[in-house]
Design a protein around this ligand. Structure first.
Ligand code: ADP
Ligand code: MG
Length: 251
């Protein structure tokens, strides 16, 4: 099988005031090329820790990580700098890496035109809606031309309606730009509507409880998260995942 990312037997311990805690306990996940993998787990289960290991912000206590390609990271908050224009926000990653060149600028121009941001390039973040800001954040991530996108609850700061629109938006961009992605979320519906596969994390210490292949009767061409939410199988996946998450257990 052709995996672009593999995490094998990952353990992560943290040292806190109360002593050592195990956050990840023998986590195994793989992202296949051309797919979107969802990592679904309750908050505090270790989802961000997992992504931080993939980006090298954290080292695992033990385990193996294989990544074949360049990673781009998109956070829950857009982290746009209010004092920089949209264009200057988008080029910031490249500036830091000293990679602002004609090819990169062309790629950015294409993305901005394609996704309706071109006219806003000289504006400031505060002049944009939450959804537009999130789109800018994605374009900033795409500007470095990553192979894989890591999305850490990228919609959770948005209100419900905006969130539905923006997840459609972002999904289309990911597919159109042929990126693979890992989407971390605690939102069951979001995971089903956006992902090809979902790994469910248990509560802390997190391990992968189960893996779901999502197959909805929606034509590939028409596939968007909003359409997926209306698929007849959606509810069955929802019920199964709801049970897996044990939302009420121990609360
Ligand atoms: P999630 O993203 O699923 O909400 P996190 O990965 O952010 O979960 O955190 C998982 C657990 O690890 C939480 O209990 C959190 O308090 C703990 N944790 C995360 N980072 C650290 C750290 N640097 N030091 C100590 N504990 C941490
Ligand atoms: Mg998190």
């Amino acid at each position: 099988m052709d995996n672009i990312i593999e995490m094998k037997n990952i353990y992560k311990n943290f040292y806190t005031d109360e002593g050592e805690i195990t956050v990840l306990q023998d986590v195994n996940v793989a992202l296949e090329r051309g797919k979107i993998l969802g990592i679904l787990g309750p908050s505090g289960s270790g989802k961000s820790t997992l992504l931080n290991i993939l980006t090298n912000l954290l080292t695992p206590t033990s385990g193996e990580v294989k990544i074949e390609g360049k990673i781009g990271y998109m956070f829950q908050k857009d982290h746009l700098l209010e004092w920089r224009t949209i264009m200057d926000n988008i080029t910031i990653g490249l500036e830091i890496q000293k990679k602002v060149n004609d090819e990169a600028l062309k790629r950015i121009e294409h993305l901005l035109k394609m996704y309706g941001i071109w006219e806003f390039r000289n504006r400031y973040p505060k002049e944009l809606s939450g959804g537009m800001r999130q789109r800018v954040a994605l374009i900033r991530t795409l500007a470095t031309d990553p192979d894989v996108l890591l999305l850490d609850e990228p919609f959770s700061a948005l209100d419900y309606q905006t969130r539905l629109m923006v997840s459609d938006d972002i999904y289309k961009i990911i597919r159109k730009e042929h990126k693979d992605a890992i989407l971390v979320t605690h939102d069951i519906s979001e995971a089903i509507s956006m992902c090809d596969q979902i790994a469910v994390l248990s509560k802390r210490p997190a391990t992968v409880k189960s893996l779901y292949n999502i197959s909805l009767s929606v034509k590939d061409k028409e596939k968007t998260p909003l359409v997926c939410r209306k698929a007849p199988e959606f509810k069955d996946y929802f019920d199964a995942l709801w049970k897996e998450l044990d939302v009420y257990e121990g609360e």
